[in-house]
Design a protein around this ligand. Structure first.
Ligand code: DGL
Length: 258
């Protein structure tokens, strides 16, 4: 089966890496809208146009299923996209449910990190209103992590001061779980681990999303491909040379994909 993955940049590779580990025998198309990243600080209407354009491109390239591996794009456009296309479109939302479930002590809090746009959207507000019956969640926008990832800045010297500053007004000791509600954030898992105690669960939605994809594929009786592959695109341009593809492969490698 041909499956389209979409993100504003390299963040969606944290989700694609799970797919490649669990469902390797398919043709993946990975679209990074790097020309317009980051989405998080941009107005909703602008992001909507980018997302619609990207998904249309993937459908024209023959995608039979789409994974929007971006929480921000999902919150802005998934409902509209599902009305536009007949193929299954899987979205992502910050993994608030498993985070609340894993905090057994109701005095502990859950920190939901995401882009400013995801945190502002109705979709997340509704999700939290439904799930957070003990009022345990706090929200924290971390827009610059996307910028850092896109410019290949992962060093502790850059990331730790940024996270400490962002958390300045939060009582770190009170958290039992942190939701990594943007697909770029798991790339900074090691830095988060240095800020929070080892008991704090760092939860992202990539495994759940790929379980969902797997179920849908079973239901649709998806055929494996004779020629499994990953094709990369940057804002509508197919990447052909090794040099262009290398940054994507390096990240996948770091995420444990051979
Ligand atoms: N990776 C994206 C997400 O999950 C968006 C990052 C951005 O472009 O701001 O929200």
């Amino acid at each position: 089966m041909r499956i389209g993955f979409f993100d504003s940049g390299i963040g969606g590779l944290t989700v694609l890496s799970e797919a490649l580990k669990r469902l390797p025998n398919h043709e993946y198309l990975y679209y990074a809208d790097t020309l317009h990243a980051p989405y998080g600080p941009k107005p909703k209407e602008e992001v909507r146009d980018y997302v619609l354009r990207a998904i249309n491109f993937l459908v024209e390239e023959g995608a039979e299923m789409i994974v929007i591996a971006c929480n921000t794009a999902t919150s802005i456009a998934v409902a509209e996209l599902r009305q536009m296309y007949d193929i299954p479109i899987i979205g992502m939302e910050p993994a608030v449910k498993p985070a609340i479930e894993c905090v057994s002590n109701k005095d502990q809090r859950v920190l939901v990190t995401a882009t400013p746009l995801t945190l502002k959207e109705e979709k997340l507000k509704k999700l939290i209103a439904t799930l957070d019956i003990h009022h345990q969640t706090d929200l924290l926008p971390l827009a610059d992590l996307v910028r850092f990832a896109e410019s290949d800045q992962f060093s502790d010297e850059v990331i730790l001061p940024y996270l400490k500053q962002a958390l300045h007004d939060y009582d770190i000791q009170t958290y039992g779980a942190v939701v990594l509600g943007c697909t770029h954030f798991p790339l900074f898992r090691d830095s988060f681990k240095k800020i929070f105690s080892s008991e704090v669960q760092l939860i992202d939605g990539s495994k759940g999303t790929i379980s969902h994809l797997e179920k849908l594929m079973l239901k649709q009786n998806a055929q494996i491909s004779e020629t499994p592959s990953v094709t990369f695109y940057r804002s509508g341009v197919k990447l052909e040379s090794e040099k262009e593809i290398e940054p994507f492969l390096n990240i996948l490698n770091r995420l444990g994909v051979e």
